[in-house]
Design a protein around this ligand. Structure first.
Ligand SMILES: [Zn+2]
Length: 153
């Protein structure tokens, strides 16, 4: 006897549903796979990668890098008229770094914006402080990271 198609769909649906939590657990879920636009210099790109390495010491949502055209997230230049050094647009999966950002601040800006990409909001002190941002992770950064599920409890 042939199985009705609807029953097969349900079986496949259950199999996918059952597999999802395992898959999420194995990769941390919501990982940030980035592509660095070719406009950045090698030095700037290595500073962005260094910021990602630092997040990867804490986060269960890994920041990874993809070749041109294959990234889920894009790290691009902002417009020169923007008055901020960088910003992240989570829904659009974009991180923008202003061309006026000095080379020695690309690391700090990338650290902050990758934090947003990982789901973190602002805190009053640390990497995610929008006013007096530091390059040192604070207890507040870690608490925020845990709150959004990007760091283990
Ligand atoms: Zn911010």
């Amino acid at each position: 006897m042939k199985r009705p198609l609807s029953s097969l769909r349900t079986t496949i649906g259950r199999a996918l549903f059952a597999a999802a939590p395992l898959w999420l657990a194995s990769c941390g879920g919501d990982g940030v796979d980035c592509e660095i636009d070719a406009v950045f210099t090698d030095h700037q790109a290595s500073e962005i990668r260094r910021a990602a390495d630092d997040w990867n010491r804490f986060t269960t949502r890994e920041v990874t890098f993809a070749p041109q055209g294959e990234g889920d997230w894009l790290i691009l230049r902002a417009s020169v008229t923007e008055n901020r050094l960088g910003y992240a647009q989570r829904k659009r999966r974009l991180i923008r770094i202003n061309p006026v950002t000095p080379d020695d601040q690309v690391y700090a800006v990338a650290l902050h914006e990758l934090g947003h990409a990982l789901g973190l909001g602002h805190v009053k002190q640390g990497v995610m402080d929008p006013e007096r941002q530091t390059i040192l992770f604070s207890a507040e950064d870690m608490a925020e990271c845990r709150r959004v599920g990007a760091c283990p409890d």
